[in-house]
Design a protein around this ligand. Structure first.
Ligand SMILES: Cc1cc2nc3c(=O)[nH]c(=O)nc-3n(C[C@H](O)[C@H](O)[C@H](O)COP(=O)(O)OP(=O)(O)OC[C@H]3O[C@@H](n4cnc5c(N)ncnc54)[C@H](O)[C@@H]3O)c2cc1C
Length: 591
């Protein structure tokens, strides 16, 4: 008998539609199965390299808890420790091997940050600000000469990088920056201005700086600036609530001469560069949050089993067990979404910014809940500084604020997807007109959005997911199908009701963003659960429990958000806030 060569299994990358976005399709009522199933597997090279890095990171960081606590108190990360991070290669994680880095994928990089965060968040900040944002612009937008000049030094850590966007008057409204670069006769630039709260600001040698260059080409330009150049200085180490050991400082530029060859990307396209960096870097933050959650689950489990009250370990009480279960569900969901987005980036997808924003919002808020509940399980002990829980709470608090405040990201999630629905509706209207004049063109448009809309309205051509999922997961997946259609109806109704004015309707946008967060994260959970049922059968029961718990919780939230579109207290909420804002204080007293 001839030996049968097994057909290679279809991988997640084979199916991927690289120019399409799952989130955007969800808002037209469809699930882009090609980009959700199967759950991506780790690449062979990543697996080999990761194993070694994670092991050496653990070997180096294990047993240093007392030092991390001291550095948190002293708000200081010793230079010798940063030197050890260099020696471990942690500044070269995502830099290609040809420049002396480790050439890790986005997914493997996020996994390393998850490991460092499980020991101490400040370490992840030092490494993450360098790689995720500090020198990411050079990787994404730099030319060959710039890469050859800087990447080897950035890979070895001889140069540490920082990302300089925020200013005192320009936080969420990053386009309002006032740092200014004026072009000189010889083509060089003179840079003036001050950036605040720059991670690694006090220790960096290399800054990616965004400055106003109002001119015919556009408004903002990105520059590569060396700390050693005349006119560059930094302020004191900021005294922060959390991540205290990591360097945060202002960075000032006084008549700094920047050579023409240090413009990063196109002149006038700096805002696009900044957003490209932030979108691409979000999985680093997500990976860090997942690492923190895993560490807290481990600590909480040990604490709950050891601590006895009412003559029993507190781990026997339902209200403690509920917290452990919720932490596990949150961690699994965040992890599933973060690594799905990392896969999109690694596989060369172009339209992943909405999904990246969704994972940042979900992972950062999941970490908040986990840190809060872990401290609650530890009770009064958790409140004391002898144990690390209070530090976790303080460290985690920055996650929903920086790299895009979660409010801004929710608006972005809603508006970036609504824009597509709006454009498609407009196209649909004109296509319906052209069907009569230009049938081919008209039906061409109908093959995309309108077809999905037709299916949604009539049920014809739908027929459920085509992916053969485990039978236990099918009813759960059907919930996401149903609610994607419901979310699409809400989106269309909102667009009809408010038109362009929807950009001012933040309560409406928040509900749509929250629907998309539940839908996208939920689908990642189902996809990962399906693959784990096959690859880790010994955890089958727990994986199914997680998928059921997340999906039913998500469904309750989605019901609330869909009902809220028609029945809500938005006007009352807005009026009350207006009254309190006008009065300036809470106006009642019981006595
Ligand atoms: C520890 C730390 C490290 C940082 N590291 C860096 C770094 O390395 N590089 C860098 O460039 N920046 C960095 N930042 C800055 C950070 O990115 C900003 O703090 C963040 O973008 C938010 O800006 P802001 O603090 O000025 O808040 P604001 O923009 O003043 O916002 C305040 C609040 O109002 C809300 N809000 C603002 N506008 C709107 C709106 N249109 N609709 C609804 N709500 C709105 C926000 O969501 C937020 O809740 C860091 C900040 C901190 C605290």
């Amino acid at each position: 008998m001839n030996a049968v060569t097994p057909m290679p299994a279809t991988t997640a990358s084979d199916r991927l539609l690289r120019d399409q976005s799952v989130a955007k399709q969800l808002l037209s009522g469809a699930i882009l199965e090609e980009n959700v199933f199967p759950y991506p597997a780790i690449g062979e090279r990543d697996r080999e390299v990761l194993g070694m890095i994670v092991e050496s990171v653990d070997r180096f960081l294990d047993g240093k808890d007392a030092e991390f606590a001291k550095w948190d108190r002293d708000a200081h990360q010793p230079a010798e420790f940063v030197q050890s991070l260099r020696e471990l290669g942690l500044f070269g994680l995502i830099i290609p091997e040809e420049f002396g880095g480790l050439g890790l994928s986005n997914a493997a990089y996020a996994r390393v940050l998850s490991e460092t965060s499980s020991h101490d968040s400040s370490i992840s900040l030092t490494i993450g600000a360098h790689s995720s944002i500090g020198m990411k612009g050079l990787l994404l937008f730099g030319n060959d000469e710039q890469k050859a000049r800087y990447l080897p030094k950035l890979a070895s850590g001889e140069m540490i990088a920082a990302f300089c966007l925020t200013e005192s008057g320009a936080g969420s409204d990053a386009a309002a920056i006032r740092t200014h670069a004026k072009r000189n006769g010889d083509g060089s630039w003179t840079l003036n201005g001050e950036k605040i709260w720059i991670t690694n600001g006090g220790i960096a040698d290399f800054y990616t700086v965004f400055a106003r260059t109002d001119g015919p080409e556009g408004k903002i330009t990105a520059f590569l600036v060396e700390a050693a150049w005349p006119g560059v200085s930094h302020g004191k180490h900021e005294d922060k609530m959390g991540i205290r050991a990591s360097s945060t400082a202002s960075v000032a530029f006084a008549d700094v001469r920047v050579p023409p060859e240090n413009v990063l990307g196109e002149i006038g396209k700096g805002f696009k560069v900044a957003m490209g960096i932030l979108n691409n870097g979000r999985t680093g933050l997500g990976g860090g949050a997942v690492g923190g959650m895993k560490a807290l689950i481990k600590r909480s489990v040990a604490y709950a089993q050891e601590r006895r009250q009412f003559e029993r370990p507190i781990a026997e009480f339902g209200l403690v067990r509920e917290k452990i279960a919720q932490m596990t569900v949150d961690c699994f969901a965040a992890e599933s979404a973060v690594w799905m987005v990392a896969h999109y980036i690694d596989a060369g997808c172009v339209d992943y910014s909405t999904e990246a924003a969704i994972t940042k919002v979900f992972a950062s808020e999941a970490m908040q809940r986990t840190a809060y509940e872990a401290l609650q399980i530890a009770g009064g002990n958790g409140y004391m500084r002898d144990l690390p829980y209070e530090q976790y709470v303080r460290d985690a608090r920055i996650l929903p604020i920086f790299e895009g405040a979660n409010e801004i990201l929710r608006l972005f999630i809603a508006l970036s997807t609504l824009k597509d629905v709006g454009a498609s509706l407009k196209e649909l209207r004109s296509a319906l007109g052209s069907i009569f004049n230009e049938p081919i063109k008209g039906f061409g448009v109908l093959s995309g959005y309108a077809e999905r809309r037709f299916t949604r309205a009539t049920g014809i051509g739908g027929g459920g997911l085509k992916t053969p999922l485990a039978p236990e997961l099918r009813p759960l997946a059907a919930i996401y199908e149903n609610y994607a259609r419901a979310a699409a109806r809400v989106a269309e109704a909102s667009l009809r009701a408010y038109g362009k004015g929807i950009s001012e309707r933040q309560y409406v946008q928040k509900r749509i963003a929250d629907l998309l967060i539940d839908l996208f994260v939920g689908l990642c959970v189902i996809s990962r659960a399906d693959s784990l049922l096959a690859s880790r059968p010994e955890t089958r029961a727990q994986v199914l429990q997680i998928a059921r718990i997340f999906t039913h919780q998500a469904r309750r939230r989605m019901v609330r958000n869909i009902r809220g579109a028609a029945h809500n207290e938005d006007d009352a909420v807005d009026a009350l806030a207006g009254a309190v804002l006008e009065r300036g204080h809470y106006p009642w007293d019981v006595l």
